[in-house]
Ligand binder design. Structure first.
Ligand code: TEU
Ligand code: CA
Length: 566
């Protein structure tokens, strides 16, 4: 397998609005990120994924861009950005930009022009259709609630928006749109950035036909996914971007591709495809979907979680590259979702990190996970800021489909705002995030859960992450070794091996609050071994191991004859 820097990197995702507020207006900003670069250096990460910082009216916190060449006022100026990039580079940290080119803001000048008249030069930059019998062109529902079509009075027609009505979809069929995207991408690359995280890039090509979508029972709108995901020309477009931009610079690209299977992944990110370096798949995030799509409050079964992640590990080996993540700015906190964020707070944070970081792929750490941040318990919809949460509440509670209490329980478990509460830096007021009024409430647990306490403690979750990152840098087996799942039927343990030449890693993770016994596979029992990392202070070294609640142990075996016995 070809060795590349992005395969060997650890990425840290920053949601700038919630990271660090340098001027105390309650909103995190670029200077705040610059201030914390030394913290990130200490953690040991290689790359920052910076969520959108472009000018935006913020209907969706920056995922609605109104100017691709300006920095959002809340976040600072282009000079601040340039300084951040320079300061990051001087510490050996790269920055990849989150870029949203499936849609723009409705306040982007292209859309302002486009909606004016049928013969405006920008008309075909977006996707317009005539209404049907005075109503929307079809029954498609937007992913953020309501119809996916919004009426525009100027021309008495409708524009498509997969997301909010303030996020009109660009028309990639139009060559001019593609040229604009190439141009703006090159502009950022010429500035010296190190790559892109491409927002919903699997949706840029739509089918020509736009029939009604399937309506799930009890729902009002039809499913548009079959017509907008992995559309007929998506790979042609990506190869064009690769030819014109990505291949011209030393950049990494990761595509956000909802709805991918491993087969799709090979198409988007296969080593020989010249499209993207890697993609985000969401199968493990979607396992707890219920009758109301993502709105649910029941965690998935461990066997299902293991089956999905293992399928991706094995499926992409030697063909494409995995992105490893437990959460991001669109997901609840991993520790609250897959671990025990109370009784085994520290153990399960470390266990989850072990389980992820020992797999094959590029690990992504979402801000705050390295200090054990948890979901927030809001008791009223007013405390939420997220447009998706508000729209869902209105649709499900307002529509009489779910009662209030139930919906709050769903939101407590699943809302995106769980990941968007301010980063907890120390135990001072507002967790050291701001001296002003934070744009969203700080989690009340900041007095015990914060970066200062973590950095000061050599047994902290933070210290554990440092060690995981160091191990990855020291041992190729973690990056390049092949993967095999053991005990697929266990609802308690997640155990797998990694193999490179005659070396093996045995990764053992207990996902429960109980002690669970495990026997080291026979072919390894008499091999020389070393404990690489463990989340209890004393791990058992024998062949019969009692894994304590949320215990994780990684054993390394050398001189293993991979075909059989040692
Ligand atoms: O997310 C796309 C996406 O798939 C989301 O709808 C996701 O399923 C949802 O947020 C899960 O709750 C990207 C960005 O990551 C997200 O923040 C944006 O809101 C969205 O695109 C629109 O740009
Ligand atoms: Ca600020």
């Amino acid at each position: 397998m070809e060795k590349t820097w992005w395969k060997e990197s650890v990425v840290y995702q920053i949601y700038p609005r919630s990271f660090k507020d340098s001027n105390h207006d309650g909103i995190g900003d670029l200077n705040g990120v610059t201030e914390k670069l030394d913290y990130l250096k200490l953690l040991g990460i290689d790359v920052i994924w910076l969520c959108p910082v472009y000018q935006s009216p913020n209907c969706d916190n920056g995922y609605d861009i109104s100017d691709y060449h300006e920095i959002m006022h809340d976040f600072g100026t282009m000079e601040d950005f340039d300084r951040l990039l320079e300061e990051a580079h001087s510490r050996g940290i790269k920055i990849i930009m989150d870029l949203v080119v499936n849609h723009t803001s409705d306040e982007h000048p292209w859309f302002v022009e486009s909606k004016k008249s049928l013969d405006n030069p920008y008309r075909d930059y977006y996707i317009w259709q005539e209404g049907k019998d005075g109503k929307e062109p079809n029954n498609w529902g937007s992913w953020f609630g309501g119809s996916a079509w919004t009426h525009s009075a100027e021309t008495d027609s409708y524009y498509l928006h997969i997301f909010a009505d303030k996020q009109p979809d660009l028309n990639w069929e139009n060559e001019k749109v593609r040229k604009e995207v190439v141009k703006l991408m090159k502009w950022w690359c010429d500035k010296g950035i190190d790559g892109f995280r491409l927002d919903v890039i699997s949706m840029i090509s739509k089918t020509k036909e736009t029939p009604d979508g399937h309506v799930m029972e009890g729902m009002k709108y039809g499913d548009l996914s079959p017509y907008v995901i992995h559309g007929p020309r998506v790979h042609e477009y990506l190869r064009e971007l690769n030819r014109e931009v990505f291949s011209q610079y030393d950049v990494m690209t990761v595509g956000e591709t909802a709805g991918v299977t491993e087969k799709h992944a090979e198409e988007y990110a296969g080593f020989e495809r010249n499209e993207l370096n890697m993609i985000f798949q969401f199968e493990h995030m979607d396992l707890d979907f219920g009758e109301k799509n993502k709105w649910n409050d029941q965690p998935p079964k461990l066997t299902n979680l293991k089956a999905v992640l293992s399928k991706w590990q094995v499926g992409l080996h030697n063909k494409a590259w995995n992105s490893l993540f437990w959460d991001n700015h669109d997901q609840p906190r991993a520790l609250s979702r897959f671990g025990n964020d109370k009784q085994y707070w520290s153990e399960s944070a470390k266990m989850l990190a072990t389980c992820l970081h020992m797999m094959q792929g590029t690990p992504y750490i979402y801000q705050g996970d390295e200090i054990g941040m948890t979901n927030i318990k809001f008791t009223s919809i007013e405390q939420y800021r997220d447009i998706e949460s508000h729209n869902a509440y209105e649709e499900l509670v307002g529509g009489g489909l779910v009662d209030k209490e139930q919906m709050l329980s769903y939101l407590n478990y699943k809302s995106r705002d769980n990941a968007r509460t301010p980063m907890q830096w120390d135990d001072s007021e507002n967790a050291g995030f701001t001296n002003g009024e934070p744009w969203i409430e700080v989690n009340a647990n900041y007095q015990s859960i914060n970066a200062a306490a973590q950095v000061a403690n050599e047994n902290s979750i933070f210290a554990y992450y440092q060690k995981l990152i160091r191990l990855r840098k020291q041992h190729e087996i973690i990056v390049y070794g092949s993967y095999e799942l053991l005990l697929p039927e266990s609802e308690e343990l997640f155990v797998y091996t990694r193999t490179l030449n005659d070396q093996k890693l045995l990764v053992m993770c207990n996902f429960t609050d109980e002690t669970v016994d495990f026997v080291v596979p026979e072919e390894l029992q008499s091999c020389q071994r070393a404990i690489w990392i463990q989340n209890y202070s004393d791990a058992a070294a024998g062949n019969h191991i009692s894994l304590r609640p949320h215990e994780a142990i990684v054993l390394f075996f050398d001189d293993v004859n991979v075909n059989g016995r040692a």
